[in-house]
Design a protein around this ligand. Structure first.
Ligand code: 5GP
Length: 302
């Protein structure tokens, strides 16, 4: 009779803690896939880089059903088509299987490719609470060569906000006039409340001088800028994970529960728009995210 060798108690506790943490990490990736915080191709790349990571140990069927609009029936057909056994984990795929899965993902969920002939105009957008304002403020502080556009808004100033530095605070009649006179490059009603718009003049002047220009605006505004300035770079700022976005929104404590729920619904819809942006930057660390945005501007200006 063979005797089962039991690990000492402490080892078992440590192992089970590790298993719980790994399960949590996989659940978090599935949420990030479902909410499009991360692209499936990116998860596949992480799995290939490290088979023992949370992405690497994620089973292929679970990976597939986390993707938007893939149910169990579709999942089974895809596995069959790609000849991948349902027990397979992402990090355990053979080179041929990985290539087949990647090709299928590229056809189904294309990743945006940077378009050539960019201008030094960069639009920074992203879901609510992702930290666009913080990244823009960091750039204002550390990169004086960048012209940060100052928007006009119909909302009232918050404590500490200065006219002409943070916003031009205008009333409804003045905003109407700016729209009518074509003074705004784009404008939108944000969160269903106040109007915000980008004055065109300062931007035209800075672009003519070849100066990098940064617009920190909402997603609707970003698409309007592309419509009138097709060479603008649209950058989508992403949270490191969906859970982190929820924490930032709740932690900020500036909105009540109902408003938080509304903004999270908006954030989900906003995340779905990221595929139409030219670049994506993850806001894990503000200084690093800011550096990536500035690098993009400098690369475009060359
Ligand atoms: P806040 O009121 O917190 O300063 O800004 C609310 C939202 O308005 C942010 O998402 C910000 O990106 C957006 N926003 C600020 N300025 C503009 C603008 O000129 N145009 C558009 N479309 N959105 C803006």
């Amino acid at each position: 009779m063979t005797e089962t060798v039991r690990p000492p108690e402490v080892d078992r506790i440590a192992a089970s803690r590790k298993a719980v943490a790994a399960r949590r990490a996989r659940a978090s990736i599935k949420k990030d896939l479902a909410t499009r915080v991360v692209t499936p191709q990116e998860v596949l790349r992480r799995a290939a880089a490290d088979a023992s990571s949370a992405s690497g140990t994620l089973r292929v069927p679970e990976f597939l059903t986390s993707l938007p609009a893939i149910g169990q029936g579709k999942r089974d057909r895809i596995l069959e088509e790609l000849q991948i056994a349902p027990v397979k984990r992402l990090g355990g795929l053979g080179a041929r299987q990985r290539a087949a899965l990647e090709a299928w993902l590229d056809a189904r969920f294309p990743e945006p490719a940077p378009r050539p002939g960019r201008s030094s105009l960069v639009v920074l957008a992203g879901p609510t609470a992702v930290g666009k304002g913080t990244v823009a403020a960091y750039i204002r502080e550390h990169n004086p060569e960048v012209m940060l556009s100052v928007s006009a808004t119909t909302r009232a100033p918050r404590p500490g906000e200065e006219e002409g530095r943070h916003y031009f605070f205008v009333d409804d009649a003045e905003f109407d006039r700016m729209v009518a006179d074509g003074e705004l490059l784009e404008w939108a009603t944000v969160h269903g409340r106040h109007r915000y718009g980008t004055p065109r003049g300062p931007i035209d002047r800075a672009v003519a001088e070849g100066r990098p220009v940064l617009l920190e605006i909402d997603i609707q505004g970003a698409f309007q800028v592309r419509a009138s300035e097709p060479r603008a770079n649209l950058v989508f700022l992403l949270p490191p994970s969906w859970d982190e976005l929820v924490d930032r929104l709740v932690g900020r404590g500036t909105e009540d529960a109902e408003e938080q729920a509304r903004r999270l619904r908006t954030a989900r819809a906003e995340l779905a728009a990221q595929g139409e942006f030219d670049f994506r930057v993850v806001n894990e660390d503000v200084a690093e995210a800011a550096r990536q945005v500035v690098d993009l501007m400098q690369a475009s200006a060359r």
